[in-house]
Every structure is written in structure tokens, then in C-alpha cells.
Design a protein around this ligand. Sequence first.
Ligand code: F6P
Length: 339
Amino acid sequence: MSVIGVLTAGGDCPGLNAVIRGVVARALKNGPHEVVGIMNGWEGLMENDIRSLDRDDVRGILATGGTILGTSRRDPYVHGDGYASVRETLKRNDIDTLIVIGGEGSLQTALKLADDGARIVGVPKTIDNDIAGTDFTFGFDTAVQIASEAIDRLTTTAESHNRVILCEVMGRTKGWIALYAGLASGADAILIPEVPVCLEEVAKIIRRRHRHGCKYSMVVVAEGVEPPQKMDLATDIFGFERLGGVTYHIAPKLEELTGFETRVAVLGHLQRGGTPTAFDRVLATRLGSKAADLATAGESRVMVALRGTEILPVPLEEACAEGRGVNPDLYEVATTFFD
Ligand code: F6P
């Protein structure tokens, strides 16, 4: 018999509830274990904000967006005394293993706690798909689906008005969402942080298209591309720039270079809200179940990962390596259609 704690930390992501459901149902099936939910990410661990989770608590949440546990950007090593600020809660609730569903930053915090003596199983979470050690993160497929649908809609209005539209998607410093959504919707150019942006080249593609009779051009832009001029961005509590809005600086330059009216649509948090796709529901369920298997078997310092078609444990250190950028071969395929 062991007690498993589960928390969701950092930005939310479609599929979090499916992971929580997977953890709870599987842990309870594996034996006389107990699962407790830690409220609002690391904050609940610092403030002993805990609730018990039984099978009935996680019925009906597979398809819901957000997280029933809440989340926050507070961190024990930034806002507390590290392990000391969570030790009391772990002890008071007899928590043997903590399942941390989080992105790069939260998994780094989890690794520090493991170094300091906590038993940890990580579950990689982010719409950005940039975590090392796993082929895909849950939430990414949903974000791509939402972005692709938006781009399809923007394309028809662009065509009616003979406009260029720049659709800005999330992804932090990596271009996964932009590349996949751009490929899925037949974008005429895709700008990502991994490839230096040349606006003259983009303008050339647009001018050529319009010369050949095309009545619109659709450019997908990752929020993390280098801005054409310095932007004043606010920073989050970890000192990372809060991205968003780079297309407002790119659009006037492109308009000047092409002579075509150029508009902007920034999708923002739309990409993180609402129900996960079927792919993400399945992936999240498998990740949650595997995390519970590892936790009830007494494993620690591992992250569950999708490798090919299998869900496998990988060392937590691997997940904390530098963020994973897009595959250059895939970008090269996308360039075939920049015409
Ligand atoms: O990491 C996920 C993500 O959605 C990024 O794509 C985006 O830059 C960031 O989080 C936004 O964070 P917040 O919701 O705190 O503004």
C-alpha cells in the first residue's frame, strides 16, 4: 500500500484531466493504494492544500479541458526553501511518490526535489511539444487541430478580400505548432524560430503567388521568431519573456514589401482551451496509467515518454535536457508548398 500524490504545474494543456483520470484509476486498480490530488501545482504542496481522489472523483473528466486540480506558476525553489518547503506536506500526508504533470520548468523542479530525496515520476506536458526524451507531448495535437481549423477559416476570408494574413501561434522558442498547423493547412510560408527569417524571401513568394493569380496568401508565424525590431516584453516569475504579438511588427514590413493589405490574427490561449482531440485523450490516458504503474512499483526519478508507439520510462534528466526543436527535414517538406 502506498500513497501517490499528483499535481499539475505550469501552464494548462488539453489532456491534463485525462492524465489525472489515468493515474487515479490505474493506481487504485494496481492494489490498495491511495491517491491524493495537490491543488494549484507546487503551491498546494507548499501550503498543504490536498484532497483525496477516488475513482468517482475522476469520472466524466476524460474529455474536459483545463485541470480539476488547478495550476500555478509558483515554485518551491523560487518562492520557498526548496525541498524544506514541501517536506512537511509530503510527510503529513504520507505521500510516498509524487507524480508531477508539468512542462520543462516543472520537470526541472521535480528533478531538484528528486535530488533532495523525494520520489518522483514525471509526465511531460505542453502544447509546445518541445520536451526532450519524448516523441510527442499530449496537448500538442489539440493545439495543432485548433490552429489548423483557424487557419482554414482565415484563408477563406483572406481570399474574399485579396489579403495577406499572418496567423500567429504559440510554441515559445520552438516552431512545432507552426510547422504542423502550417503543413496541415497548406500555408504559403511558415516562420519558425529554428530557421532565420528573411522577410524579403517571404515577400518574393507572396508577390509571385499574386502575379500568378492567387487572391490571398497565408503565413503561419511562431510566436518565438526573431522580431524585426526590439519588442518590450514582460517577463514571468522565472524571468522568461512572455511571448506574443511579434506578427504586429512583421505585418507592416511585409505590407510595405509586397504592396498587399496584410492583417494579423494572434490565436493565443485559444490553443490551450477546451476538449482534447481523441489522439491526446488516448496519449494522456496511457501516460497517466504508466505513471501510476511506475509509482506503485516504487520507481522514481523517471519520466513517462512516448517512444515510437510505446510508452516507456526515461530518466528524468533526459527530459530536462535542452528543449527539442523541429525536425529540419519536415520543415524542408513544408517549403515545397511555399509557392
Ligand atoms: O508553454 C506553453 C505556452 O502556451 C507557450 O506556448 C506560451 O508562450 C506560454 O505557455 C504562455 O504562457 P501564459 O499562459 O503564462 O501566458
